[in-house]
Design a protein. Sequence first.
Length: 191
Amino acid sequence: MHHQGLILWLTGLSGAGKTTIALSVAQELRSRNYQVELLDGDVVRTHLSQGLGFSRQDRDINVRRIGFVANLLSRNGIVAIVAAISPYRQVREELKKTSTNFIEIYVHAPIAVCESRDVKGLYALARAGQIQHFTGISDPYEEPINPEIICQTDRFTVEQCVNQVLHYLETQGLIILSGQVASLQLKIKNY
């Protein structure tokens, strides 16, 4: 069965839960016969954006590269799920305008919560000055102004956030799911 392509762009601070939600959404969509590719920011940096640093210019190049690949996938009927900090609003807005079915998902948690989840200790290193250009500490994160979905991972479980994403996609006619998600009526966007 052929489905239309989508770009689900999960943005937020390190440790907010982007990859966790992306993996679960991908699993749910695959179980319903959607073709899905997950583009995780850390993996993409290793394979597609090797050599780029963390200056604003390099981050913008990285996000544009991810967006280019996601758009190629989407145009070919694949659900491209991107989990990347993508800290600058202007580039995300640019991608929204140049992509079809681009859904911005703001994965939000307060920085203190993100720091408490940081198993790699990156926030501590950034606060100690050992990591430069760390988003949320020494570099800015520009919150989305009008994302289609806001997943508040400090208030809701992964399952609730995944259901929120699936419910939105279904009510917008972008995917067809079973009735179990349709009964979920979370009004999380108004926080």
